[in-house]
Design a protein around this ligand. Sequence first.
Ligand SMILES: [Zn+2]
Ligand SMILES: [Zn+2]
Length: 336
Amino acid sequence: MRPSFLPRLVNGPLFDPVVYVRILNERKALLFDCGHFEGLAPRELLSLEAVCISHTHMDHFMGLDRVLRAILHRDKPLTVYGPEGITGKALSKLQSYTWNLASGYGLEITICEILHDSMHITRTRADAGFAETHRSTMPREGTRVSADSRYTLDAVILEHTVPCLAYVLKEPFHLNILKNAFAGRGYLPGAWVGTLKEHIFAGRMDELIPVDTHTGIKEVRVSQLREELVTTTPGQSLAFVTDIACSRENLAALQGPAHGADMLFIEAYYLHELKDHAGARGHLTARQAGMIAGMLDAGQVVPMHISPRYHDRLDEIRAEVDAAWRGASEPGGSMG
Ligand SMILES: [Zn+2]
Ligand SMILES: [Zn+2]
């Protein structure tokens, strides 16, 4: 299966945890946390449609300035998701610069502050000096914060001495194009395949689209092409979990939305030898990260945000994560 989400752990497993996810065939991307980072090109930042902040400790939030600098002149809006308090903190960051020459800038930023039973939505614009232009509150049930034709985004409120969000990005379903069914019907590969996918994702089954064929361009209905050429399989899912205590409440909250993630990005801040220290600071040890991956039945686990004190012991961190991951998926495996 050709993946639809192309994730990249921008800083690698050490340093601030930053995950950039490109949505294939669309000029769209999401960023999960933005502490200090260097490794994203301006064109990658320009594709960002949302920045998902876990919490506002500096190592997860300072890079929002860098994103802003890169996208300031674009018209496409940006959404910033974050936990309780994000509205005030993002606005004060945005308003801390001088905007007297920004009257022609069309950038709009929507800040979504995610609380247990509601979401505060605040809009602000560059040409208004990032003053608030609109504020509303909508009730929230469950963990869903956004849905469009290509992905859904869930946010789970967890505890890290402060509220901290874990995120789950899911593809509603995955489309597989049966290329070997082209020849018998006279279809030729071409850009129309992308158009077909877009229409199916958007549910526009009655549209006619121009299809390249051996006898020239032919108009064919989306519903017919779907029947002839497309199968669907469960969509891809990614989970981003960082800076959380290994508490019963946190694990229970993660279990539903993050279960079965194909790829789990998870902090492994300390080796388990420092589990008391980790607990006091609301962090996970590598063993706990591995056990959580097992509990969630993750397809792949990517440890990240490893404490500077272990930067020369990365192999030990990885080994501890893997041993606990394997142990947790065996009968009798237990949390510790
Ligand atoms: Zn933190
Ligand atoms: Zn951190």
